[in-house]
Design a protein around this ligand. Structure first.
Ligand SMILES: Cc1ncc(COP(=O)(O)O)c(C=O)c1O
Length: 255
């Protein structure tokens, strides 16, 4: 669900009918939905998985980018059985080029995870870690996050509003309470891969919904990045809206 995330009913059904080894979530400001699992529901999710002894791997990479008063909790906070692995990184809120992240893992998995990290990428460079530690200690990170939250809240609202007005009737646009991605459902006849190619020819990049499904389920969905809002982006959105309308007209003409 674009608002409150994973359906616990559907998850329970999946568990009862499939040999599920682990569950992977982005519980705070999911990419691409923007959904945030409410804290009470996170507790229910952890309890449901605990009943079946199924590990939960929760990626909290967007957790600090909330527009609400309080930071949403992490699922790990409800973990009584040591089944939740919390992962995060500074890739989204400082810079992906730092390549610094962290994980909070159940004690019994620690050495396996350390071994896997060692065998996939050996060491993480020390200098970026020291720079981040100083940024955290000096209060610079908190200041940076406060500014980022204000900016993203405003940009997400502006792009969401503009997209609602720009795309043809029948379009649905999310209005997430954190993060910076918008999930857009276009009219059913619009093929997002065709739109992606057309947009690219006009130097506009969107993410086609196909990327988020192994079964081509989201052929008429696109993800927009709302981290920035300025005149060139407003113009690009306008052009994208025209492309959608042109595509729909061509589709009608073919019939
Ligand atoms: C859902 C999600 N998790 C994590 C990352 C970042 O991963 P890393 O910390 O390896 O840069 C990204 C984006 O690159 C992402 O979209």
């Amino acid at each position: 669900n674009p608002r409150d995330g994973i359906s616990l009913g559907a998850l329970q059904f999946a568990i009862e009918h499939n040999p599920i080894k682990a569950v992977l979530t982005i519980s705070n400001f999911n990419n691409p939905l923007g959904s945030c699992i409410p804290d009470e529901k996170k507790k229910d999710l952890v309890e449901l998985l605990a009943r079946y002894d199924i590990p939960l791997i929760d990626n909290d990479v967007y957790g600090e980018m909330y527009f609400t008063e309080k930071r949403p909790m992490v699922t790990k906070a409800f973990d009584k059985k040591g089944l939740v692995m919390l992962c995060s990184s500074f890739s989204k809120d400082i810079s992906p080029s730092l390549r610094v992240g962290w994980t909070v893992v159940p004690a019994r998995h620690r050495s396996t995870i350390e071994w896997l990290k060692f065998t996939t990428s050996a060491a993480t460079a020390t200098l970026p870690q020291m720079a981040i530690a100083e940024f955290l200690e000096s209060g610079g990170y908190d200041h940076h996050l406060r500014r980022m939250r204000r900016e993203y809240a405003s940009n997400v609202a502006l792009l969401s509003q503009a997209a609602t007005h720009t795309f043809p009737p029948g379009t649905r646009v999310t209005r997430p309470s954190g993060g910076f991605v918008l999930w857009v459902q276009l009219p059913e006849t619009v093929d997002s891969m065709e739109l992606y190619s057309l947009a690219l020819q006009n130097n506009i990049t969107i993410t086609p919904g196909y990327l988020f499904s192994p079964t081509n389920q989201y052929s008429n969905f696109i993800r927009l990045n709302a981290a920035a809002w300025n005149l060139p982006i407003a113009r690009a959105l306008q052009r994208l809206g025209e492309m959608v309308i042109e595509m729909m007209a061509r589709g009608q003409a073919k019939k």
